[in-house]
Design a protein around this ligand. Structure first.
Ligand code: ADP
Ligand code: MG
Length: 265
């Protein structure tokens, strides 16, 4: 069982249908992510990154193909998958502690023991003193840490991260990248990150998937060299091989943007 990928997309295509007609968003995606692996999806806007995360989260079924979680077909949202977004979606009228417990409530897992886990996670993520405060009293970086606590406390095996750091100041973003990588590594969790920031993808990931568009497809998979992969993101950025990796990603995306039939709509 150890070799079963934590998640897999098999010959996956998705068509959105609405009153304007049907559009093929992603076509024939094959991707398999090992337990504990950190994979990033990069590509121009409209190449299907959010669509792929939504399919992984079981928010809607794919038009064609399969989504597998630990070898089992995904048939809807499950607590095994946690989703973290650019916006933190904290409820302003709830304390930080009660915000961090929302996932537990939704999954009917809230009890004394799991509330202890909430407090543990808040402390672990540097928010031990903030449990009784309200979201408006916190900085953007702290709010994203609450969102992370809220996600982790339900013990998902897979984390989906859709640009969770893109609204943050650079130094807060760099600190959070380190915190997220260290935390997920310690727990052996699997993660899929969507980001516009190629340096972020290079610094955090084991593997970077470059997508092209019209329709969304996998153009290239770049395995991050071991030296960079094994370092914390902040340290990784300073390694000699890092610039090379960044340039490889950059030129790959440049090709996507210049590519025939892949221009902006
Ligand atoms: P990305 O996250 O990479 O920017 P998306 O997954 O949001 O890309 O979108 C992929 C393609 O699917 C785009 O062409 C987009 O216009 C289309 N699309 C996304 N969501 C919908 C929707 N709800 N209805 C119709 N088309 C959609
Ligand atoms: Mg998107």
């Amino acid at each position: 069982m150890k070799d079963t990928p934590a998640l897999a997309l098999q010959r996956l295509s998705h068509v959105y249908v609405n009153d304007k007609g049907a559009s093929l968003a992603v076509e024939d995606i094959d991707l398999s992510v090992a337990q504990g692996e950190f994979v990033s999806l990069v590509g121009p806007s409209g190449c299907g990154k959010t669509t792929l995360l939504s399919l992984l989260a079981g928010l809607f079924p794919p038009t064609k193909g399969k989504v597998l979680l630990g070898g089992e077909a995904v048939s809807g949202p499950t607590p095994k998958v946690g989703y973290m977004l650019q916006q933190d979606f904290l409820f302003p009228w709830r304390t930080i502690r009660d915000n961090a417990a929302i996932g537990l409530e939704i999954n009917r897992l809230k009890n004394r023991k799991t509330m202890e886990a909430v407090d543990w996670w808040l402390a672990e993520l540097g928010l031990g003193e903030s449990g009784h405060r309200y979201p408006h009293e916190l900085s953007g970086g702290m709010r994203q840490r609450v969102a992370l606590a809220r996600t982790l406390v339900t013990e998902p095996n897979v984390l989906l991260l859709d640009e969770p750091f893109s609204a943050l100041d650079l130094h807060i973003k760099l600190q959070l990248e380190d915190l997220v990588v260290q935390t997920l590594r310690k727990l052996g969790k699997t993660a899929v990150l969507v980001t516009h920031d190629l340096a972020e993808a290079a610094a955090m990931s084991d593997r970077v998937i470059v997508l092209g568009r019209n329709p969304g497809h996998i153009r290239k998979e770049i395995v991050v060299p071991a030296e960079i992969r094994d370092a914390d993101p902040m340290t990784a950025r300073k390694l000699t091989g890092f610039q090379l990796l960044f340039e490889e990603l950059w030129s790959e995306l440049d090709t996507v943007d210049a590519g025939g039939g892949e221009s902006d709509k």
